[in-house]
Design a protein around this ligand. Structure first.
Ligand code: TXA
Ligand code: MG
Length: 324
């Protein structure tokens, strides 16, 4: 295991460490960086495999969609469709502790794993100087959940990140303790109605002032957001899903896993020919979408082992297979 690169907060060497973090992102590795709210565990949001590493590192048994962090409005608008109200909020509060959940643009390059297969995307422009340098230097969106393992509180210092996620990150940019110490406030829209999806570092009243109307409350108690499942429900293909399939029928598509694949003349994709669960997670949502668009009656899915990221993959497949 290579050693982790980091800096002393406030030291001149921070720029060199930011440069290393940009290189690490570009080569598909994970980095930790401060934002004004909490530390983020970042990956290139356009790289499926890099995003899969985030879920592997967090050790969460399910895939929650992640926030894409950007340095400027032109990138934000390349990823998400901004309504007039969304523009108002971005103009007033970005950069800052506000996350907007908006429809993905048709040309959005963010990994479908990062958005958990949804047609919406969470976008945020952080205010922290280190985060700004990192994001503008990288030039692409960075997917970053709070830098903690599942079930632990969000990290507000580099030392927290190191003790919690030290194994998984290549670079930790140390910016000292974060200013706000609470995650960003998340706002989404149900048609024209603004929704509060998670309370956080930006007060609800400030948002309502700018919009000139109240936010409908979609939060659950505690800091865990109610999403996904609020705006669009979990991603589910139009075709039915048949799990633990040993072979696919003529009217079905085959979603395979591993080296031994049953013969099939219809549409077929292999999540990971070598049986690698991180690779399978990286391909999961994109492949479900691809097979679904081939207009089959059902997608036959081979058995995925229930270890490591297999747990989260099986969780998603079970939800997508559930009757609706
Ligand atoms: O302050 C923050 O927001 C920190 C820093 C690092 O930016 N990030 C953070 O990320 O708290 P995370 O992944 O721990 O929480 C983001 C939450 C997810 O749990 C998810 O439920 C919600 O945002 N979310 C993301 N995309 C969504 C979508 N398309 N629809 C609904 N909710 C979404
Ligand atoms: Mg979190």
């Amino acid at each position: 295991m290579e050693s982790i690169q980091t800096n002393s907060p406030g030291n001149a060497d921070v720029d060199a460490v930011i440069a290393s973090a940009i290189e690490a992102l570009a080569s598909g590795e994970l980095v930790a960086f401060p934002t004004e709210t909490v530390y983020g565990l970042g990956a290139d949001a356009t790289n499926d495999l890099a995003v899969a590493k985030i879920f592997d590192a967090k050790g969460r048994p399910s895939f929650n969609p992640l926030i894409s962090h950007v340095a400027d409005m032109s990138l934000a608008e390349a990823l998400a469709v901004f309504s007039t109200d969304a523009h108002k909020l971005a103009d007033r509060f970005w950069p800052g502790p506000l996350t907007l959940v908006l429809p993905r643009t048709r040309t959005c390059t963010v990994s479908y794993l990062a958005t958990a297969g949804l047609d919406t995307i969470a976008v945020r422009m952080p205010a922290n100087e280190i985060a700004k340098k990192l994001l503008s230097g990288f030039g692409k969106p960075v997917a970053a959940p709070s830098a903690n393992t599942s079930g632990r509180v969000s990290s507000t210092t580099a030392a927290h990140v190191l003790s919690d996620l030290g194994q998984a990150v290549r670079v930790i940019v140390d910016g000292g303790p974060t200013k706000i110490g609470l995650e960003s406030t998340i706002v989404g829209f149900d048609n024209e109605t603004p929704l509060l999806l998670r309370s956080g570092g930006l007060a609800r009243a400030e948002i309502e002032n700018v919009l000139g109307r109240p936010l409908r409350d979609h939060t659950t108690p505690g800091s865990t957001p109610n999403a996904p499942g609020q705006l669009a429900s979990h991603y589910a293909p139009h075709a039915g899903l048949r799990l633990n399939a040993e072979a696919a029928q003529d009217t079905e598509a085959l979603l395979a896993f591993g080296p031994s694949v049953p013969a099939h003349s219809g549409p077929s994709l292999n999540l990971s020919p070598s049986g690698d669960l991180i690779e399978a997670a990286a391909n999961l949502f994109a492949y479900m979408r691809k097979l679904d668009s081939s207009q089959v009656d059902a997608i036959a899915v081979m058995t995925i082992p229930a270890e490591g990221l297999g747990e989260a993959i099986n969780d998603r497949l079970a939800r997508a297979a559930a009757p609706r």
